[in-house]
Design a protein around this ligand. Structure first.
Ligand code: ADP
Length: 512
């Protein structure tokens, strides 16, 4: 039994536990890596959103530039038309310079006297190489807008080139970034955020945003930031509305770990269940094979005796009438023993296949004990046992199957005889409690250890620890049959026993 169990444990370990462990370790290792990849994908997506806002600001200024260019090239060009465009795009001021950086005009016109003009000119000079590039682009039919620099704390200058009546004009826009973002870009940002993201704009080095997509919520310093292409002193931040990416990934890791743990526990629990079941089956098959060998032995002994005695009688060698009678008595007792064994096996097989039928009738338990005693009294006496019956005469009648209760009692008395050595006395008592009527059988035999008391009612289970229990033949079915009979009566069976001092079995029948 040991080696097959070991094989099964090894198989379970190899097929279930080991792969689960390897998989879990591998998965947990992978988890962090996967989460990093996911985090990157998330980040790239958020960056793409910020990119689209930058793109949009570029488009807006490009559009503005085209309209300005169209207006200036128009014969009806006038200040009112230019002002309208400037107001529409929330631009503070537009200044034109010619190729030699001479002032041409400005909208509003008052800027011509502004003390800021020299600063703007200086900015253009500083960006000369970039402006030169714009020139190349313009000749290729493509317009690019570049950030020029800051004017004071709040103003930002951007530049682009236009062709006005085939003359190159450098245009400088003075923009209030916060006004531009919250008036011109806001609708587009709202559209992008769609209630799913918080988008905020920060002044460089600022912790609190100067613009937020959600007016009711001011996010802290968002981690994921991208600079504005045109508004050099400003950055945009974006985060998910309900949780940050870090929170989301942490949450995912936690959930995945819990799932892996759960699957592990279920699988290991399953493996333990399989192991338990297999162990039970292995034990049962061992018990069955013990049963077959012990029953064959039990049947073979009386059969050999019967055959021997019949052969002797048949030969007619025995002349003494008393001897002949004795031989017949032995044959009868051995036959009775044989039929007892066969009956027990048949009884058990009926129980196993659920075919045993019970016929309940109102019965006096004392009467059952007295009738049963008639059948075992002879063998009790022959084996040198004293038998005492103490009935409780006031027992109420109970609904039982007489034959089954007799079987149960005979089994208990039989065991009491089998498992007693020096002190050969058996006491049967009847009694009652509030809900039950009981029969108990007490002996002073070898007793049963606490550990074995748990198993003696299992089919085929036999205690083989002591010498006597080893020698006494049995099938391990008696108590299993008794237990089944008691269950069918809605009753109970108790055992009180300690090794060396005897056992007491009590059968309790419910009083209806
Ligand atoms: P068996 O055919 O082995 O007697 P049972 O099912 O009747 O099968 O009993 C199961 C085991 O319980 C026995 O093998 C024996 O070890 C133990 N047992 C039963 N009755 C007694 C008793 N009165 N005293 C000691 N041991 C007992």
């Amino acid at each position: 039994m040991g080696s097959s169990l070991r094989k099964v444990s090894l198989l379970i370990l190899l097929i279930i536990v080991l792969p689960v462990m390897i998989f879990s370790v591998f998965e947990i290792g992978n988890l962090r890596q996967n989460e990093k990849v996911i985090q990157n994908i998330y980040k790239n997506q958020l960056d793409a959103i910020l990119f689209s806002i930058n793109q949009y600001s570029d488009d807006i200024i490009s559009n503005f530039a085209s309209r300005i260019e169209n207006n200036l090239n128009n014969f009806n060009s006038d200040s009112a038309g230019l002002n309208k465009i400037i107001n529409e795009f929330q631009v503070n001021c537009l200044i034109h310079f010619d190729k030699k950086l001479e002032f041409i005009s400005s909208e509003p016109y008052s800027y011509r006297d502004s003390t800021l003009l020299p600063d703007i000119r200086a900015m253009i000079k500083n960006n000369y190489t970039v402006i030169d590039q714009l020139r190349t682009y313009l000749r290729g039919g493509y317009r690019k807008i570049i950030p020029l620099g800051n004017m004071g704390k709040d103003m930002q200058c951007v530049a682009f080139l236009t062709l006005v009546k085939n003359e190159e004009v450098t245009n400088v826009l003075v923009i209030d970034p916060v006004k531009f973002i919250s008036k011109v870009l806001d609708p587009r940002i709202q559209e992008i955020a769609q209630g799913k993201f918080h988008i905020a704009v920060y002044h460089l080095g600022g912790v609190l945003p100067v613009y937020t997509s959600n007016k009711q919520y001011i996010p802290g310093n968002i981690d994921d930031k991208e600079p504005f292409w045109l508004l050099k002193n400003y950055t945009m931040g974006i985060e998910l509305k309900d949780a940050t990416i870090a929170d989301l990934t942490k949450d995912r890791i936690r959930r995945n770990l819990v799932m892996i743990g759960l699957v592990d526990v279920i699988l290991i629990f399953g493996a333990a269940l399989i192991f338990r079941n297999v162990r039970k089956q292995v034990e049962l098959s061992q018990l069955k094979s013990d049963f077959v060998s012990s029953v064959s032995h039990e049947i073979r002994t009386p059969l050999a005796l019967i055959t021997m005695y019949i052969e002797t009688l048949e030969m007619g060698r025995l002349k003494n009438a008393a001897k002949i009678k004795e031989y017949y008595a032995v044959i009868l007792s051995e036959t009775t023993r044989l039929s007892g064994i066969v009956n027990r096996i048949l009884n058990f097989s009926q129980i196993e296949s659920n075919k045993r039928k019970y016929f309940f009738s109102e019965t006096d338990i004392n009467e059952i004990v007295e009738n049963a005693a008639l059948s075992f009294r002879y063998s009790v006496k022959k084996k040198g046992f004293s038998y005492t019956f103490s009935p409780d005469k006031t027992l109420p009648a109970v609904m039982v199957d007489k034959e089954a209760v007799t079987d149960a009692l005979v089994n208990l008395v039989d065991n009491a005889m089998k498992y007693s050595t020096e002190k050969k006395d058996i006491v049967v008592r009847t009694g009652k409690s509030e809900k039950y009527v009981y029969i108990e059988v007490e002996d002073h035999g070898i007793g049963i250890s606490q550990k074995n008391q748990k198993y003696i009612f299992d089919k085929f289970y036999r205690v083989t620890e002591t010498n006597l229990a080893n020698k006494v033949k049995g099938s391990g079915l008696g108590l299993a049959i008794v237990k089944h009979i008691m269950d069918s009566h809605g009753g109970k069976i108790y055992v009180k026993s300690s090794p060396g001092s005897g056992s007491l079995f009590r059968l309790l029948f419910p009083v209806k």
